[in-house]
Design a protein around this ligand. Sequence first.
Ligand SMILES: *Cc1c(COP(=O)(O)O)cnc(C)c1O
Length: 431
Amino acid sequence: MKYFSTNNKDIRYSFKEAVIKGLAPDNGLFFPVSIPKLDDEFFQRLTELSLPEIGYEVAKLFVGDDISDSDLKKITKEVLNFPIPVVPIEDGVNTLELFHGPTCAFKDVGARFMSRCLSAFAKQDQEEVTILVATSGDTGSAVANGFLGVEGVKVIILYPAGKVSKIQEQQLTTMGQNITALEVDGTFDDCQALVKTAFGDADLNAELSLTSANSINIARLLPQSFYYFYAWAQLQPTDKKVVFSVPSGNYGNLTGGLLAKQMGLPIDSFIASANINKVVPDYLSSGKYEPKASVQTISNAMDVGAPSNFARMMELYQEKHFDIIKDVKGAWFSDKETQEAIADVYSRNKYILDPHGAVGYLGLKRYLNTEDEVGVFLETAHPAKFKDTVEKVLNIEIRVPDYLQECLGKEKKSILISKDFSEFKSFLLLK
Ligand SMILES: *Cc1c(COP(=O)(O)O)cnc(C)c1O
Protein backbone atom coordinates (compact mmCIF):
# COMPACT_ATOMS: atom_id res chain seq x y z
CA MET A 1 0.00 0.00 0.00
CA LYS A 2 1.25 3.46 -0.90
CA TYR A 3 0.30 6.73 0.75
CA PHE A 4 -0.11 10.28 -0.50
CA SER A 5 -0.42 13.59 1.28
CA THR A 6 -3.87 15.15 1.52
CA ASN A 7 -2.21 18.29 0.10
CA ASN A 8 -0.62 16.59 -2.92
CA LYS A 9 -1.75 13.31 -4.44
CA ASP A 10 1.08 13.00 -6.93
CA ILE A 11 3.88 11.97 -4.60
CA ARG A 12 3.82 8.43 -3.20
CA TYR A 13 5.23 7.32 0.16
CA SER A 14 5.65 3.85 1.62
CA PHE A 15 3.99 2.94 4.92
CA LYS A 16 7.41 3.09 6.54
CA GLU A 17 8.11 6.58 5.23
CA ALA A 18 4.68 7.80 6.25
CA VAL A 19 5.09 6.48 9.81
CA ILE A 20 8.60 7.84 10.27
CA LYS A 21 7.74 11.25 8.83
CA GLY A 22 4.42 11.56 10.69
CA LEU A 23 3.38 14.62 8.74
CA ALA A 24 4.00 15.00 4.99
CA PRO A 25 6.65 17.59 3.99
CA ASP A 26 3.85 19.81 2.61
CA ASN A 27 2.11 19.60 6.02
CA GLY A 28 -0.66 17.38 4.61
CA LEU A 29 -1.81 14.18 6.29
CA PHE A 30 -0.79 10.81 4.94
CA PHE A 31 -3.63 8.79 3.44
CA PRO A 32 -3.72 5.42 1.62
CA VAL A 33 -4.04 5.76 -2.17
CA SER A 34 -6.94 3.30 -2.09
CA ILE A 35 -9.00 1.66 0.63
CA PRO A 36 -8.41 -2.09 0.53
CA LYS A 37 -11.44 -4.39 0.73
CA LEU A 38 -11.61 -7.43 2.96
CA ASP A 39 -12.96 -10.51 1.17
CA ASP A 40 -16.06 -12.61 1.91
CA GLU A 41 -13.95 -15.32 3.39
CA PHE A 42 -12.69 -12.89 6.07
CA PHE A 43 -16.22 -11.84 6.98
CA GLN A 44 -17.34 -15.48 7.21
CA ARG A 45 -14.60 -16.11 9.75
CA LEU A 46 -14.91 -12.77 11.54
CA THR A 47 -17.01 -13.89 14.52
CA GLU A 48 -14.46 -16.60 15.30
CA LEU A 49 -11.40 -14.36 15.16
CA SER A 50 -9.67 -12.91 18.22
CA LEU A 51 -8.98 -9.18 18.42
CA PRO A 52 -5.24 -9.60 17.63
CA GLU A 53 -6.12 -11.84 14.66
CA ILE A 54 -8.50 -9.20 13.31
CA GLY A 55 -5.84 -6.56 13.90
CA TYR A 56 -3.28 -8.56 11.96
CA GLU A 57 -5.50 -9.22 8.94
CA VAL A 58 -6.61 -5.60 8.68
CA ALA A 59 -3.14 -4.14 9.35
CA LYS A 60 -1.53 -6.42 6.76
CA LEU A 61 -3.49 -4.67 3.99
CA PHE A 62 -2.04 -1.29 4.95
CA VAL A 63 1.47 -2.29 6.01
CA GLY A 64 2.26 -4.59 3.07
CA ASP A 65 5.84 -5.82 3.13
CA ASP A 66 7.23 -2.95 5.19
CA ILE A 67 6.98 -5.15 8.29
CA SER A 68 7.35 -8.93 8.00
CA ASP A 69 4.24 -11.07 8.61
CA SER A 70 5.74 -12.66 11.67
CA ASP A 71 6.70 -9.29 13.18
CA LEU A 72 3.27 -7.85 12.39
CA LYS A 73 1.60 -10.81 14.10
CA LYS A 74 3.77 -10.25 17.13
CA ILE A 75 2.99 -6.53 17.13
CA THR A 76 -0.80 -6.94 16.99
CA LYS A 77 -0.66 -9.56 19.71
CA GLU A 78 1.38 -7.31 21.99
CA VAL A 79 -0.66 -4.19 21.27
CA LEU A 80 -4.10 -5.73 21.68
CA ASN A 81 -3.44 -7.56 24.93
CA PHE A 82 -6.34 -6.06 26.90
CA PRO A 83 -10.08 -6.70 26.54
CA ILE A 84 -12.30 -4.43 24.41
CA PRO A 85 -15.76 -5.75 25.29
CA VAL A 86 -19.19 -4.73 24.02
CA VAL A 87 -21.31 -4.22 27.16
CA PRO A 88 -25.12 -3.98 27.02
CA ILE A 89 -26.51 -0.86 28.72
CA GLU A 90 -30.22 -0.80 27.90
CA ASP A 91 -32.62 -1.88 25.17
CA GLY A 92 -30.71 -1.79 21.87
CA VAL A 93 -27.92 0.31 23.39
CA ASN A 94 -24.45 -1.09 23.98
CA THR A 95 -21.09 0.43 24.79
CA LEU A 96 -17.69 -0.56 23.48
CA GLU A 97 -15.32 -0.20 26.43
CA LEU A 98 -12.05 1.04 25.00
CA PHE A 99 -10.52 1.97 28.36
CA HIS A 100 -8.97 -1.28 29.60
CA GLY A 101 -5.48 -0.41 28.34
CA PRO A 102 -2.56 0.83 30.47
CA THR A 103 -3.61 4.50 30.59
CA CYS A 104 -7.37 3.83 30.62
CA ALA A 105 -8.14 5.59 27.33
CA PHE A 106 -8.75 4.44 23.76
CA LYS A 107 -5.59 6.24 22.64
CA ASP A 108 -3.62 3.32 24.07
CA VAL A 109 -4.53 1.26 20.99
CA GLY A 110 -3.08 3.71 18.47
CA ALA A 111 -0.11 4.74 20.59
CA ARG A 112 0.96 1.16 21.23
CA PHE A 113 0.66 0.19 17.57
CA MET A 114 2.63 3.20 16.36
CA SER A 115 5.41 2.65 18.90
CA ARG A 116 5.94 -0.92 17.83
CA CYS A 117 5.95 -0.01 14.13
CA LEU A 118 8.66 2.58 14.83
CA SER A 119 10.59 0.01 16.83
CA ALA A 120 10.40 -2.46 13.92
CA PHE A 121 11.77 0.22 11.56
CA ALA A 122 14.54 1.16 14.00
CA LYS A 123 15.56 -2.49 14.03
CA GLN A 124 15.52 -2.71 10.21
CA ASP A 125 17.71 0.37 9.94
CA GLN A 126 19.82 -0.51 12.98
CA GLU A 127 19.42 3.01 14.20
CA GLU A 128 18.08 4.14 17.54
CA VAL A 129 15.29 6.70 17.21
CA THR A 130 14.52 9.51 19.63
CA ILE A 131 10.89 10.48 19.98
CA LEU A 132 10.09 13.98 21.18
CA VAL A 133 6.62 14.44 22.67
CA ALA A 134 5.21 17.71 23.94
CA THR A 135 2.18 17.16 26.13
CA SER A 136 -0.34 19.24 28.02
CA GLY A 137 -0.96 16.24 30.24
CA ASP A 138 -3.15 13.48 28.93
CA THR A 139 -2.13 12.16 25.54
CA GLY A 140 1.55 12.24 26.51
CA SER A 141 1.06 9.43 28.98
CA ALA A 142 -0.67 7.17 26.45
CA VAL A 143 2.08 7.82 23.92
CA ALA A 144 4.95 7.45 26.38
CA ASN A 145 3.38 4.35 27.87
CA GLY A 146 3.04 2.90 24.38
CA PHE A 147 6.82 3.16 23.99
CA LEU A 148 7.71 1.91 27.46
CA GLY A 149 10.36 -0.80 27.20
CA VAL A 150 10.16 -0.82 23.37
CA GLU A 151 13.57 -1.60 21.89
CA GLY A 152 15.50 0.90 19.77
CA VAL A 153 13.38 3.84 20.87
CA LYS A 154 14.14 6.59 23.37
CA VAL A 155 11.35 8.93 24.42
CA ILE A 156 11.72 12.48 25.72
CA ILE A 157 8.51 13.95 27.09
CA LEU A 158 8.24 17.70 27.60
CA TYR A 159 5.52 18.99 29.87
CA PRO A 160 4.83 22.42 31.36
CA ALA A 161 5.90 22.59 35.04
CA GLY A 162 2.99 23.06 37.42
CA LYS A 163 0.40 22.91 34.66
CA VAL A 164 -0.59 19.23 34.68
CA SER A 165 -2.61 17.41 37.32
CA LYS A 166 -0.89 15.40 40.06
CA ILE A 167 -1.92 12.04 38.61
CA GLN A 168 -0.89 13.11 35.10
CA GLU A 169 2.51 14.24 36.35
CA GLN A 170 3.02 10.97 38.21
CA GLN A 171 2.07 9.07 35.04
CA LEU A 172 4.60 11.05 33.01
CA THR A 173 7.51 10.98 35.46
CA THR A 174 7.48 7.50 36.99
CA MET A 175 7.79 5.25 33.97
CA GLY A 176 11.60 5.09 33.88
CA GLN A 177 13.36 2.72 31.46
CA ASN A 178 13.56 4.40 28.03
CA ILE A 179 11.30 7.31 28.98
CA THR A 180 12.74 10.64 30.21
CA ALA A 181 10.50 13.45 31.44
CA LEU A 182 11.56 17.08 31.01
CA GLU A 183 9.73 19.55 33.15
CA VAL A 184 9.77 22.82 31.23
CA ASP A 185 9.58 26.12 33.06
CA GLY A 186 6.97 27.50 30.66
CA THR A 187 3.67 26.69 28.99
CA PHE A 188 2.51 23.88 26.73
CA ASP A 189 3.12 26.17 23.75
CA ASP A 190 6.74 26.59 24.89
CA CYS A 191 7.09 22.78 25.02
CA GLN A 192 5.70 22.49 21.51
CA ALA A 193 7.98 25.25 20.25
CA LEU A 194 11.05 23.46 21.67
CA VAL A 195 10.08 20.26 19.87
CA LYS A 196 9.41 22.08 16.62
CA THR A 197 12.73 23.94 16.75
CA ALA A 198 14.55 20.67 17.48
CA PHE A 199 13.13 19.07 14.32
CA GLY A 200 14.50 21.94 12.26
CA ASP A 201 17.94 22.03 13.91
CA ALA A 202 20.75 20.80 11.64
CA ASP A 203 23.17 19.78 14.46
CA LEU A 204 20.53 17.71 16.22
CA ASN A 205 19.43 16.02 13.01
CA ALA A 206 23.02 15.13 12.19
CA GLU A 207 23.47 13.45 15.58
CA LEU A 208 20.08 11.90 16.26
CA SER A 209 17.27 10.25 14.38
CA LEU A 210 14.40 12.41 15.62
CA THR A 211 10.75 11.43 15.18
CA SER A 212 7.51 12.90 16.39
CA ALA A 213 4.68 10.85 17.79
CA ASN A 214 1.81 13.18 17.22
CA SER A 215 -1.79 12.22 16.87
CA ILE A 216 -1.99 12.53 13.12
CA ASN A 217 0.48 9.70 12.49
CA ILE A 218 -1.11 7.16 10.15
CA ALA A 219 0.06 4.35 12.47
CA ARG A 220 -2.13 5.78 15.22
CA LEU A 221 -5.15 6.03 12.93
CA LEU A 222 -5.20 2.59 11.28
CA PRO A 223 -5.45 0.46 14.44
CA GLN A 224 -8.49 2.49 15.44
CA SER A 225 -10.39 0.58 12.75
CA PHE A 226 -9.62 -2.84 14.27
CA TYR A 227 -12.08 -2.63 17.15
CA TYR A 228 -15.06 -1.74 14.95
CA PHE A 229 -14.71 -5.18 13.33
CA TYR A 230 -14.38 -6.77 16.74
CA ALA A 231 -17.40 -4.89 18.11
CA TRP A 232 -19.51 -5.80 15.09
CA ALA A 233 -18.55 -9.47 15.55
CA GLN A 234 -19.62 -9.34 19.21
CA LEU A 235 -23.08 -8.13 18.19
CA GLN A 236 -23.70 -11.14 15.93
CA PRO A 237 -26.04 -12.76 15.26
CA THR A 238 -28.38 -9.86 14.65
CA ASP A 239 -30.71 -9.02 11.79
CA LYS A 240 -30.69 -5.36 12.77
CA LYS A 241 -28.68 -2.56 11.23
CA VAL A 242 -25.58 -1.62 13.24
CA VAL A 243 -25.03 2.02 14.24
CA PHE A 244 -21.98 3.48 16.02
CA SER A 245 -21.88 6.72 17.97
CA VAL A 246 -18.39 8.15 18.40
CA PRO A 247 -17.55 10.90 20.92
CA SER A 248 -15.22 13.04 18.83
CA GLY A 249 -12.54 15.72 19.08
CA ASN A 250 -9.94 15.36 16.35
CA TYR A 251 -12.10 12.74 14.61
CA GLY A 252 -9.41 10.05 14.45
CA ASN A 253 -11.63 7.52 16.18
CA LEU A 254 -14.55 8.17 13.85
CA THR A 255 -12.27 8.09 10.80
CA GLY A 256 -11.12 4.63 11.95
CA GLY A 257 -14.76 3.51 11.83
CA LEU A 258 -15.36 5.07 8.41
CA LEU A 259 -12.31 3.20 7.14
CA ALA A 260 -13.71 -0.08 8.49
CA LYS A 261 -16.98 0.56 6.67
CA GLN A 262 -15.21 1.29 3.40
CA MET A 263 -13.19 -1.89 3.87
CA GLY A 264 -16.51 -3.74 3.72
CA LEU A 265 -17.71 -3.95 7.32
CA PRO A 266 -21.53 -3.70 7.21
CA ILE A 267 -22.00 -0.72 9.51
CA ASP A 268 -25.17 1.12 8.57
CA SER A 269 -24.30 4.55 9.91
CA PHE A 270 -22.28 6.62 12.36
CA ILE A 271 -23.10 9.44 14.69
CA ALA A 272 -20.44 12.11 15.15
CA SER A 273 -21.13 13.11 18.75
CA ALA A 274 -19.55 16.32 19.98
CA ASN A 275 -19.69 18.80 22.84
CA ILE A 276 -20.12 22.53 22.18
CA ASN A 277 -17.05 22.32 19.92
CA LYS A 278 -19.36 21.33 17.10
CA VAL A 279 -17.72 22.33 13.82
CA VAL A 280 -18.26 18.87 12.35
CA PRO A 281 -21.96 18.52 13.32
CA ASP A 282 -22.36 22.04 11.90
CA TYR A 283 -20.62 20.99 8.68
CA LEU A 284 -22.90 17.96 8.40
CA SER A 285 -26.03 20.09 8.72
CA SER A 286 -24.91 23.08 6.62
CA GLY A 287 -22.25 21.78 4.22
CA LYS A 288 -19.91 24.53 5.42
CA TYR A 289 -16.75 23.81 7.38
CA GLU A 290 -15.80 26.66 9.65
CA PRO A 291 -13.00 25.92 12.15
CA LYS A 292 -13.15 27.94 15.34
CA ALA A 293 -11.18 28.49 18.53
CA SER A 294 -11.91 25.70 21.00
CA VAL A 295 -14.08 26.15 24.09
CA GLN A 296 -13.41 24.36 27.37
CA THR A 297 -15.91 21.70 28.49
CA ILE A 298 -16.12 18.78 30.95
CA SER A 299 -15.41 16.37 28.06
CA ASN A 300 -12.12 18.17 27.53
CA ALA A 301 -10.40 15.61 25.30
CA MET A 302 -12.95 16.69 22.68
CA ASP A 303 -12.32 20.42 23.00
CA VAL A 304 -11.06 20.84 19.46
CA GLY A 305 -12.05 23.69 17.17
CA ALA A 306 -10.16 22.61 14.05
CA PRO A 307 -10.21 18.78 13.98
CA SER A 308 -7.04 17.44 12.38
CA ASN A 309 -8.68 14.41 10.78
CA PHE A 310 -11.34 16.40 8.95
CA ALA A 311 -9.10 16.37 5.86
CA ARG A 312 -9.05 12.56 5.99
CA MET A 313 -12.84 12.37 6.32
CA MET A 314 -13.12 14.59 3.25
CA GLU A 315 -10.69 12.35 1.40
CA LEU A 316 -12.77 9.26 2.21
CA TYR A 317 -15.86 10.87 0.70
CA GLN A 318 -14.09 12.83 -2.04
CA GLU A 319 -15.36 16.00 -0.39
CA LYS A 320 -18.95 15.11 -1.31
CA HIS A 321 -21.20 16.44 1.43
CA PHE A 322 -24.13 14.58 -0.15
CA ASP A 323 -22.33 11.24 0.31
CA ILE A 324 -20.95 11.79 3.79
CA ILE A 325 -24.35 12.68 5.26
CA LYS A 326 -25.70 9.31 4.08
CA ASP A 327 -23.21 7.63 6.43
CA VAL A 328 -22.66 10.16 9.22
CA LYS A 329 -25.11 12.13 11.31
CA GLY A 330 -24.02 14.86 13.70
CA ALA A 331 -25.10 15.69 17.24
CA TRP A 332 -23.76 17.96 19.96
CA PHE A 333 -24.55 18.42 23.64
CA SER A 334 -23.94 20.94 26.41
CA ASP A 335 -22.11 20.16 29.66
CA LYS A 336 -25.47 20.23 31.45
CA GLU A 337 -26.93 17.58 29.14
CA THR A 338 -23.76 15.52 29.57
CA GLN A 339 -24.04 15.66 33.37
CA GLU A 340 -27.73 14.73 33.18
CA ALA A 341 -26.89 11.73 31.00
CA ILE A 342 -24.29 10.53 33.52
CA ALA A 343 -26.88 10.77 36.32
CA ASP A 344 -29.69 9.23 34.27
CA VAL A 345 -27.74 6.22 33.00
CA TYR A 346 -26.40 5.54 36.49
CA SER A 347 -29.81 5.73 38.13
CA ARG A 348 -31.51 3.49 35.56
CA ASN A 349 -28.74 1.08 34.63
CA LYS A 350 -26.09 1.37 37.37
CA TYR A 351 -23.52 2.05 34.66
CA ILE A 352 -20.97 4.82 35.21
CA LEU A 353 -20.27 6.86 32.08
CA ASP A 354 -17.32 9.19 31.77
CA PRO A 355 -18.16 12.63 30.25
CA HIS A 356 -16.93 11.60 26.77
CA GLY A 357 -18.87 8.34 26.74
CA ALA A 358 -21.91 10.28 27.97
CA VAL A 359 -21.77 12.49 24.87
CA GLY A 360 -21.58 9.33 22.74
CA TYR A 361 -24.56 7.86 24.59
CA LEU A 362 -26.62 11.00 24.00
CA GLY A 363 -25.78 11.03 20.29
CA LEU A 364 -26.89 7.43 19.96
CA LYS A 365 -30.15 8.03 21.82
CA ARG A 366 -30.97 10.98 19.59
CA TYR A 367 -31.03 8.89 16.43
CA LEU A 368 -31.37 5.21 17.33
CA ASN A 369 -34.50 3.44 16.16
CA THR A 370 -34.46 0.22 18.19
CA GLU A 371 -37.06 -1.44 15.93
CA ASP A 372 -34.57 -2.15 13.23
CA GLU A 373 -31.27 -0.87 14.63
CA VAL A 374 -28.80 -1.92 17.28
CA GLY A 375 -26.44 0.76 18.59
CA VAL A 376 -22.98 0.97 20.10
CA PHE A 377 -21.43 4.09 21.60
CA LEU A 378 -17.71 4.16 22.24
CA GLU A 379 -16.59 4.60 25.86
CA THR A 380 -13.25 6.31 25.28
CA ALA A 381 -11.98 6.72 28.86
CA HIS A 382 -12.42 5.12 32.25
CA PRO A 383 -14.68 7.28 34.47
CA ALA A 384 -11.92 7.36 37.11
CA LYS A 385 -9.88 9.54 34.74
CA PHE A 386 -12.55 12.20 35.16
CA LYS A 387 -13.18 11.39 38.78
CA ASP A 388 -13.98 14.91 40.00
CA THR A 389 -16.62 15.59 37.35
CA VAL A 390 -18.31 12.21 37.68
CA GLU A 391 -18.23 12.10 41.48
CA LYS A 392 -19.79 15.53 41.67
CA VAL A 393 -22.72 14.39 39.52
CA LEU A 394 -23.28 11.01 41.14
CA ASN A 395 -22.34 11.68 44.77
CA ILE A 396 -20.48 8.43 44.97
CA GLU A 397 -16.81 7.58 45.22
CA ILE A 398 -15.21 6.16 42.10
CA ARG A 399 -12.59 3.50 42.49
CA VAL A 400 -9.40 4.25 40.61
CA PRO A 401 -8.10 1.08 38.90
CA ASP A 402 -5.00 -0.30 40.63
CA TYR A 403 -2.74 0.23 37.65
CA LEU A 404 -3.72 3.90 37.41
CA GLN A 405 -3.30 4.31 41.15
CA GLU A 406 0.04 2.53 41.26
CA CYS A 407 2.08 5.42 39.88
CA LEU A 408 0.92 7.71 42.69
CA GLY A 409 3.17 5.88 45.14
CA LYS A 410 6.23 5.96 42.88
CA GLU A 411 9.06 8.47 43.02
CA LYS A 412 8.81 11.31 40.52
CA LYS A 413 11.84 11.58 38.24
CA SER A 414 12.07 14.61 35.99
CA ILE A 415 14.67 17.06 34.75
CA LEU A 416 13.83 20.72 35.09
CA ILE A 417 14.82 22.86 32.10
CA SER A 418 14.09 26.41 30.99
CA LYS A 419 12.23 27.19 27.78
CA ASP A 420 15.53 28.30 26.27
CA PHE A 421 16.29 26.17 23.17
CA SER A 422 20.05 26.04 23.68
CA GLU A 423 19.58 24.33 27.04
CA PHE A 424 17.25 21.74 25.49
CA LYS A 425 19.68 21.23 22.61
CA SER A 426 22.70 20.58 24.84
CA PHE A 427 20.62 18.16 26.87
CA LEU A 428 19.75 16.19 23.71
CA LEU A 429 23.35 16.21 22.44
CA LEU A 430 24.70 14.97 25.77
CA LYS A 431 22.17 12.17 26.05
C1 LIG B 1 -8.87 11.86 22.38
C2 LIG B 1 -10.15 11.53 23.04
C3 LIG B 1 -11.40 11.65 22.37
C4 LIG B 1 -11.52 12.18 20.97
O1 LIG B 1 -11.02 11.28 20.02
P1 LIG B 1 -10.66 11.80 18.56
O2 LIG B 1 -10.10 10.63 17.86
O3 LIG B 1 -9.69 12.92 18.73
O4 LIG B 1 -11.95 12.26 17.94
C5 LIG B 1 -12.54 11.27 23.04
N1 LIG B 1 -12.49 10.82 24.33
C6 LIG B 1 -11.33 10.71 25.00
C7 LIG B 1 -11.35 10.25 26.39
C8 LIG B 1 -10.12 11.05 24.38
O5 LIG B 1 -8.97 10.94 25.07
